[in-house]
Design a protein. Structure first.
Length: 70
């Protein structure tokens, strides 16, 4: 696989993992969110990051699959 394509996959997989980790802390470990008074805002922020990463990964998969079929 092209190194730039792999790097892009890596970037969005890392973004996805980071968002999932933050959401897990927000949902399951209230001790880890002491400095955040607006928890709903934080949840929304990480959900948006997760959604963006997953959408970008899906688009990238679609593009790379199309390229293979050409």
């Amino acid at each position: 696989m092209n190194k730039l394509i792999q790097a892009t996959f890596d970037k969005y997989n890392a973004q996805r993992s980071e968002a999932l980790a933050h959401l897990e802390i927000l949902f399951n470990n209230s001790v880890g969110i002491g400095e955040h008074t607006d928890i709903l805002s934080e949840i929304s922020k990480w959900l948006e990051s997760l959604s963006q990463a997953e959408e970008n990964l899906q688009t990238l998969r679609s593009i790379t699959t199309e390229k293979k079929n050409d």
